[in-house]
Every structure is written in C-alpha cells, then in structure tokens.
Design a protein around this ligand. Structure first.
Ligand code: NAD
Length: 480
C-alpha cells in the first residue's frame, strides 16, 4: 500500500472557543487522535470539562439576550458570513476529513461543500419565512427556542454541525457545540471559521470533550432549552431521558437499517451498482446506508452476479490516493465491531457472496474491512437487524410486492428507504407504504430543502429546510 503517513506531524488540539475567544480548556485529560489509514497517532486532543462547559453555557445564555432580538436581515447576513468563512477553509476541511476520518477525496469534498452551502440554504429559508403570522384573530410570533446544545458524531462532522448551527442562527438561538472527540482536526478548522465570521461573542461556542462529561453537563443544564443531536440511538435515548427533567426541546437524528427495494421491473444493471454505492457510502459509515437489499426471489442469482461484479470494481485503499472510493473505518473499535457482525452472518448461515472476515490483502495496517455482500439473509439474523456501520450488504428476497414492503418495514428504524422500479407511479405507491422519513426512488440524490429525519427509533424531529428551521422556533400567540 502506498502510504503518506510521514507527512503528518503530531499536532496538539488544545483550544475551546468560548465567548468569542480561543481558550485553553480547564480540563486536562488528553486523548490520542489516530489516522485510521495506518493507526498512527496524529494528534493529542485536550478534553474540556464541566467547568469549561458551564462557561460556554453562560456565554451563550448572555449572548441570547441580544441575539434573540436581532432582525431577520442581520441573521441572514450572519449566515452568509458563516458560509464564506467555512468555504474559505474548504481545502483544510477536506484534508482534515481525509486524514482524521479516512473519507475518500470525492466524499470529503462533497460532504464539506454541502456543509458550507447549508448556511446559504438557511439564509434562503429564513428570507422566505414569515416570523410573524396572523392565525385566527391572533398574532403568532415565531420566537427563538433558546440556548441550544449541539452534539455531533465522527462520521459527518462538518455537515452534522452546519445542519444544526445554521437553523439555530436563522432562528436567533445561541449554541454550545460538542463535536465528536474523534473529529478534533475538522473541529479546529470550523472553530477558526466561526471566529472569522465575526458573530457577537457567545453566539457560537465550541467545547471539545467527552460525551459523558461535556455532553451530560449540557443535557442536564437548566440553561439549555434545546438539544440537537446526531449519533447513535443508544446515546439519543440517554439524552432524551436526561432532557426530560428540564423539558428540553429535542431533535434527535439517530441510527438506521435502511431498506432498498428492487421491484421486479427494475433495470438491475443500474439498480444493483447503485445499491452497492448506497450501502458503502462514506465507507459504509452512514446513517442512511442502504444496508438491506430486498430483491425478487427469482432474480437473486442475477443480483448476486451483478453485486459481486460491482464490488470487484471498487478501489479500496489510502483515501488520499486518487481513484480510491472506499477507505478505512474510523477506529479500531469500529473495525472490531464490523468484524463481529461479518462473523455472525457467516455463523448464522448467510451466504457470503464476496468479502468476509479480516483485512483486505495489503491493507493490514489500517482499519480496512473487506467490502462484503451476504445473500440468503433472513430477517432474524443479526446482519438483517443491527446497524453495522461498515461496508456490509445483506440481501433478502421476497415473492410479492406486499412481502417486500413488510420486510422493509420490519425494523425498529425508519430513517430512509430506497426503491428502484421502471414505473415511477408504482414506486411512489410503494414509497407511501414505507415507514421512513425519506424515500429515494431510482436515485441517491439529496434535496437540502426537504425534511431529513426518522420515523420510529431513527429519531425525533426533522433537519433541513423549513422543517429544520421550525425545530428552533417556539410559536407565541398574542391575542387581543
Ligand atoms: P455516539 O452516539 O456514540 O456519539 C455521538 C455524539 O454524542 C458524540 O459527540 C459523543 O461524544 C456524544 N455523546 C456520547 N455520550 C454522550 C452523552 N452521555 N451525552 C451527550 N452526548 C454524548 O455516535 P457516534 O459513534 O459518534 O456516531 C455513529 C452513530 O451516529 C451511528 O449510530 C449513526 O447511525 C449515527 N448517525 C446518525 C445520523 C442521522 O442523521 N440520523 C447521521 C450520522 C450518524
């Protein structure tokens, strides 16, 4: 394997951003930041603690007094400045995403460009939105919800942060962000961008630290009125429990086990390579990964042949190498978990079409997993039920359209679903019966103005567009 590790010096990440200033955290615990491509240490990250968190909450609370009263035009200008400052640092952000997370170049560029654009999307949404309406005989004023605590995961750091900060700013809220401790390099770039955007001190604060320390302090604080979280369903439930005492508003974007239904009239030559891409997106570490492929029983042999051929074309390796489309998993922990899932698929009797346990040859130094496809998967198997968060596809079969829908909905999750068909009306009819917050028909495209969020245990609330903005507003009726 061609490696680039000698070019990465070990950096210290020891700043928090509180009240418009970069500060050295009071917390002293230091954790390693590791390059997942070779598992070499590339950073030493100082964890902020409860005292830092309280300072950030205090700054955001103070700033809310004035920022909540600011005009729509002023907030639109803030969103423009945030966009410009993030866009200006695009190269750094892309490099950080590749080095620290292992995203292939195209993915790193696409996801970070989208992160910058999100600020412009919300500038437009705010511009078109009536913050004061007449309803019945009342004046209804849409007021900012308050100080927002933001928690984000490591698999889509800038995007997960932008999709929360942008509507919060649009609404007139102030924020305390706690990014993943595994995203310190991307966080450092974003902190610089937030500072340069020049919003009033305390409007945006960033506290880097551990979930159980910084996260718990934010979740329990009576001065935080809303939590916006992207992460695992397990932690989402914990946050919801803690938030109850202070009746916080919640947006929870959680896990998924998304179904991809191939209807019997679909063009398999298009649909199956697309299905592989939909499952292996972001190195398979995507909450929207289409990890259950549901195909007509009598087309299984052809599906297996096409899936295997599509996987064989994938170029896996150092994400900094041109043409690589599949990189390593983000951590050794994640690698081990995915190995366990692959092992369980084999032990439970699923048919291994391609891939399997262990590292791909020549990629033993990093957290690389063999891109894997299982066929003859049954609904009771672990690989059909659990979110694996790696490049592992499970193929299930159906006899009738009704059975396909039943299999698709047989999950505790409901984030997103995919349908392929030659008949758009038929596909739409099927889409209407799927319990998912978003259904993609014959496409993997993203609509930034459409709502994004989950049914069932995939979450509460929606992000994106007008639905996303409303999550940060409280309606107040003024009567008489
Ligand atoms: P995670 O739930 O472990 O952590 C998410 C964030 O919460 C991190 O910043 C973490 O430090 C913090 N956290 C941990 N414990 C906390 C606590 N007690 N209180 C407050 N915050 C706490 O998730 P992860 O491993 O970072 O990310 C992977 C998960 O995220 C997957 O399950 C994936 O499906 C999910 N995800 C969902 C979406 C979506 O939009 N639905 C998008 C991306 C990822």
């Amino acid at each position: 394997m061609k490696t680039h590790e000698t070019t990465i010096p070990v950096r210290a990440f020891d700043r928090a951003y509180i009240n418009g200033q970069f500060v050295t955290p009071h917390g002293t615990q230091v954790v390693d930041l590791v390059n997942p491509t070779d598992n070499k240490v590339i950073g030493k990250v100082t964890m902020a603690d409860e005292i830092d968190t309280r300072k950030a909450i205090g700054a955001a609370k103070e700033a809310f007094n004035t920022f909540s009263q600011s005009s729509k035009e002023y907030r639109m200008d803030c969103l423009q400045r945030l966009h410009d400052a993030v866009a200006e640092r695009m190269d750094q952000l892309v490099e950080a995403t590749i080095v620290e997370y292992g995203a292939p170049q195209d993915r790193a560029k696409g996801s970070n460009n989208l992160a910058a654009e999100i600020f412009l999307h919300f500038k437009k949404v705010l511009g078109d939105f009536d913050l004061v309406k007449t309803v019945g005989t009342s004046k209804v004023v849409m007021e900012p919800a308050g100080v927002v605590g933001i928690f984000t995961p490591w698999n889509s750091s800038a995007g997960s942060i932008a999709i929360k900060v942008a509507p919060a700013i649009a609404a007139g809220c102030t924020v305390v962000i706690k990014p993943s401790e595994m995203s310190a390099m991307q966080t450092a770039v974003l902190m610089d961008a937030f500072h340069e955007a020049g919003l009033p001190p305390g409007v945006i604060n960033v506290v880097t630290g551990l979930g159980e320390v910084v996260g718990t302090e934010l979740t329990k604080s009576p001065d935080i009125q809303k939590i916006a979280f992207t992460g695992s369903t397990q932690i989402g439930k914990l946050i919801a429990k803690y938030s109850l005492d202070t009746m916080k508003r919640l947006t929870l974007e959680l896990g998924g086990k998304s179904p991809n239904i191939i209807l019997d009239d679909a063009d398999l030559f298009t649909a199956i390579p697309m299905a592989i891409n939909a499952c292996y997106l972001n190195n398979g570490q995507a909450c929207i990964a289409a990890s259950r492929l549901i195909v007509p029983e009598d087309q299984l042999d052809e599906v297996k042949r096409l899936a295997k051929a599509a996987v064989e074309k994938i170029k896996m390796g150092d994400p900094r190498d041109r043409g690589v489309t599949l990189g390593p998993l983000a951590s050794i922990k994640q690698y081990k978990r995915v190995q366990e899932c692959i092992k369980s698929g084999i032990e439970e009797g699923a048919e291994l079409v391609i891939g399997g346990e262990g590292h791909p040859q020549g990629l033993e130094g990093g957290n690389f997993v063999k891109p894997t496809v299982f066929a003859n998967v049954t609904r009771d198997m672990r690989i059909a039920k659990e979110e694996i968060f790696g490049p592992v596809l499970s193929i299930l079969t159906y006899k009738t359209e009704a059975e396909a829908i039943e299999i698709a909905n047989d999950t505790e999750f409901g984030l997103i679903a995919y349908v392929s068909s030659a008949d758009p009306e038929r596909a739409t009819r099927v889409a209407r019966k799927l319990a998912a917050g978003r259904v993609l028909i014959n496409t993997l495209s993203h609509d930034p103005f459409a709502p994004f969020g989950g049914f069932k245990q995939s979450g509460i609330g929606r992000e994106g567009g007008i639905f996303g903005l409303q999550e940060y507003l409280e309606p107040k009726a003024i009567i008489g």
